[in-house]
Design a protein around this ligand. Sequence first.
Ligand SMILES: [Zn+2]
Length: 137
Amino acid sequence: MDERIRKMTYKEWTDEGTRLFGKDKKNWKFICPNCGNIQDYHDFEKLNVKNIQDVVFFSCIGRWIDDCKGEIGNHKSPCDYTNGGLFDFSKVRVLKDGKEISAFEFAAEVELDDDLTSQKEPEHNPEMCIPQGGVAA
Ligand SMILES: [Zn+2]
């Protein structure tokens, strides 16, 4: 058992999100445990992703960006990581309706951590993945 994994009830989780980012879940920011990408509901909205409320804390937004080359191991960001894949790197487990749901950490918590010093800029721009200068496919 990995002791860094935090288990919390759904209420504890929503309380924490509300304390950090306010009541509107669309403003809650999550960090991908693989690449460190910080994402919120609005980032997914721009990509017309369905069921955003189910994936924003569960899958890195790179999965919806065709030109994104981030994957487990290469540390490019954003990446195609998801908690639902072969590996689950997420450190939060939310207990809801008798089920344990893996969740990305809230971005604000990670920023307090010293081992992720590169995440100073909270705003993420998904366009960063698109190759500059029109690279031919
Ligand atoms: Zn990622």
